[in-house]
Design a protein around this ligand. Structure first.
Ligand code: FAQ
Length: 338
């Protein structure tokens, strides 16, 4: 009896909620939404949200998912050539983690009403972006160290604030992602330390990797605030908590001393420490290079997309088998219940 009453009350509540929504103006709904955001109440998939908020989230979360998945490629190139079994196991685990991050993020994106196939098609057609950083080649083992240290380091700096993002599924996915990224960053720095303390040739390789990855890592944070199209609105919606330049500065302040600890040089002739502000100051990023890579003309853009499309096509039989198996299980369950 109690259960019947509870279900009835629940149905009435849903009816009132839906009905009230219909009666409320767009402006009222927007106000309720922004009040929730301002008061740190998470927005969940079934809550009302402005179309532009949904669109921004789909754009950012899907691009983030694509970055995780495309980001497996430069490192996968070195699994067969890792210098020891221990390094190979750690690298394999790291790359598998990145695949997992992609899956959480694609799922978070689906909660916003977009089909995963559609999202992936946007990557394959070049409509959706992924992080510029993954369009650079991995030439030596030291590059694997530099990716873990610098690329995962930059990713953590950007993603820790995303754990407090206003959209529930994205913020929750980021908690586990950040824990794993911090293991990735350590494995990268451990490789760099080993190389930097090694033979003259190993030290040269470490410095060479830093020279090639330093600037692309700084570009990961996106254009300067003055050129960042989405930042102001995303910060008002608490999708982003800090601007691109703020996060880049934090990364610089954290990473320069780590580079010095390795006994390596930062490849920036204009780098200086400002005693007054207590911050490192960097030279100008080559924005032409950044936009060129973002537009698809980096060293590896074509290769990366080819690899992703090939993996998707080759995986078709797995998707078909999984669907057939799920259907078989569904039918068996239905037959048993009949
Ligand atoms: N590359 O107005 P904003 C990782 C685009 S995960 C390419 O500032 P927003 C883990 C931007 O999309 C790395 N495009 O944009 C890992 C926009 O174009 P649109 C990925 C970029 O969104 C490690 C336009 O420029 N992380 O590394 C880039 O407010 C190792 C204007 O820019 C995330 O995705 C770029 N670097 O701020 C995996 C984190 N920067 O979309 C494997 C979540 C900007 O209008 C191995 N994303 N653009 O066509 C974010 O925090 C933000 O989306 C930003 C950009 C900060 C990336």
């Amino acid at each position: 009896m109690i259960l019947v009453i509870a279900i009835a009350l629940w149905a009435v509540e849903i009816y009132i909620r839906n009905h009230t929504r219909e009666l409320m103006s767009e402006k009222d709904l927007e106000k309720i939404f922004q009040d929730k955001v301002d008061n740190e109440v998470k927005i969940e998939p079934k809550d009302w949200m402005p179309d532009a908020y949904r669109k921004t989230l789909v754009r950012q979360i899907s691009q983030h998912a694509h970055s995780e998945v495309v980001g497996m490629l430069p490192e996968a190139n070195w699994i067969t050539r890792a210098p020891s079994l221990t390094r190979k196991v750690a690298l394999l685990a790291k790359i598998q983690d990145e695949a997992g991050h992609g899956l959480y993020l694609y799922s978070a994106c689906e909660t916003l009403g977009v089909e995963r196939d559609e999202t992936i098609e946007d990557l394959h057609s070049g409509k959706a972006k992924y992080s510029s950083i993954f369009n650079y080649p991995t030439l030596t083992w030291a590059d694997i160290g530099a990716i873990g240290w610098l690329v995962d380091g930059a990713a953590i700096m950007n993603q820790v604030p995303l754990c407090r993002c206003s959209f529930g599924p994205y913020s929750r996915a980021m908690i586990r992602v950040c824990k794993e990224e911090s293991f990735h960053q350590r494995q990268g720095y451990s490789i760099m330390l080993k190389m930097a303390q090694g033979t003259a040739e190993q030290k040269r390789m470490a410095q060479d990797a830093i020279n090639r990855w330093w600037w692309p890592a700084l570009m990961m944070f996106g254009p300067n605030d003055s050129d960042s199209e989405h930042s102001a609105q995303s910060m008002k919606w608490k999708i982003k908590r800090f601007s691109n330049d703020e996060l880049r500065q934090r990364f610089l302040d954290m990473t320069v001393p780590q580079c010095h600890l390795l006994g390596c040089e930062v490849p920036d002739p204009d780098l200086k420490f400002n005693e007054e502000t207590g911050h490192w100051e960097m030279g100008e990023i080559d924005w032409d290079e950044f936009w060129n890579v973002v537009k698809g003309n980096g060293k590896c853009n074509r290769e990366r997309l080819r690899a992703r499309k090939g993996a998707y096509d080759n995986g078709e039989w797995v998707r078909e088998a999984a669907l057939a198996y799920a259907e078989k299980k569904r039918k068996r369950k239905a037959a048993a219940a009949a």
